[in-house]
Design a binder for this molecule. Structure first.
Ligand code: PEP
Ligand code: MG
Length: 326
């Protein structure tokens, strides 16, 4: 089986009827980027930059962050997309350095973009580093945990402030760098049509989107059946988000665990997902699946799946039509 997978290195991620998708990796460090490239990833769909901040006594400087982002860009070269998510501290990822008050419900608390918007100097340091690094690769900026249009607009406005500063300093950066948001809060999924008019892209974070939609802590093993992205409610939100983006000519990615799950890949291809971001080991198996499927047939399959009432029924349907997922 391994040898079969190796044969997929360097091949296009294209369906039998010619629909091309991007199979990219989730990474947490520049070293992960090297490993991901070796495993066939076409770029990075989620760089979890919070790991730059964690487990240390001081905040990472602009130059230190810049070095990390340039390193990832160099690994993948000038064309491959590299989606850099601004820091997602909070929830299960603590940062004692920020001296944040202890919370009863950290997953519903002061985290991610909420911290970044509250601490613009901290946020701007990261945005400036990403912008400067964008001279070396196809970097994109992604904001985590967006719930409202106001948050997105405030974050985007700070990108523009940083661009003005860098321009005045004579720094080189990609003026037309794409800015997008994670869709991982139901509030954002429900207003996807409005967001789609303003953002450059969406990336669906199914780990959090599922936990918030089903109100089931993603760390709680007892709730695993509820924490299933094939819950019909979650699948309907995903369909809505991709459709909203397409209506505005924008692309949609997915960077939650679902993107690399064999049973999900046919459905997501059918729903029109453009970019699948997953742990590096899942890339070649996903490419094998995509190359064996017909996108038009998967669109019909997805439409049928949306009518079903349980994750088990959806899985059974996918297995019946695409035996390769088993
Ligand atoms: C997600 O929520 O699906 C996601 C990709 O972000 P994280 O797992 O880092 O919260
Ligand atoms: Mg998340």
């Amino acid at each position: 089986k391994r040898e079969g997978l190796q044969a997929l290195m360097g091949l296009e991620s294209v369906s039998l009827d010619g629909v091309r998708v991007e199979l990219v990796a989730n990474i947490g460090s520049p070293a992960d980027a090297v490993a991901a490239k070796e495993r066939g990833a076409e770029g990075v769909g989620l760089y979890r930059t919070e790991f730059l901040y964690m487990g240390r006594d001081t905040l990472p400087s602009e130059d230190e962050q810049y070095d990390a982002y340039v390193s990832v860009a160099r690994t993948f070269g000038p064309i491959a997309p590299i989606v850099i998510r601004t820091m997602d501290i909070g929830g299960d990822k603590e940062l004692p350095l920020l001296e944040l008050p202890k919370e009863d419900n950290p997953f519903l608390g002061f985290r991610a973009i909420r911290i970044s918007l509250d601490r613009p100097e901290l946020f701007k340091t990261q945005l400036r580093a990403i912008l400067r690094a964008s001279a070396y690769g196809n970097l994109k900026i992604m904001f985590p945990m967006i719930a409202t249009l106001a948050e997105w607009r405030a974050a985007k406005a700070l990108v523009d402030v940083c661009k003005d500063e860098l321009r005045a300093e004579g720094a080189v950066f990609n003026e037309s760098i794409q800015c997008g948001i994670m869709i991982e809060i139901p509030a954002a999924a429900l207003l996807a049509d409005r967001f789609a008019k303003e953002v450059d892209f969406f990336s669906i974070g199914t780990n959090d989107l599922t936990q918030y939609t089903c109100a089931a802590d993603r760390m709680n093993q007892k709730l695993a059946a509820l924490n299933d992205p094939l819950q019909p409610a979650v699948l309907h939100l995903i369909e809505r988000v991709i459709r909203a983006a397409r209506a505005e000519g924008k692309w949609t990615g997915m960077c939650g665990e679902m993107a690399g799950q064999p049973h999900a890949v046919p459905l997501l291809l059918g729903l029109g997902l453009h970019e699948f971001s997953m742990s590096a080991n899942a890339v070649l198996p996903a490419r094998g699946l995509v190359r064996g499927m017909d996108q038009a047939s998967m669109a019909a399959l997805a439409a049928e799946a949306l009518e079903l009432e349980t994750p088990d029924a959806i899985r059974a349907l996918v297995e019946a039509r695409v035996p390769a997922v088993r």
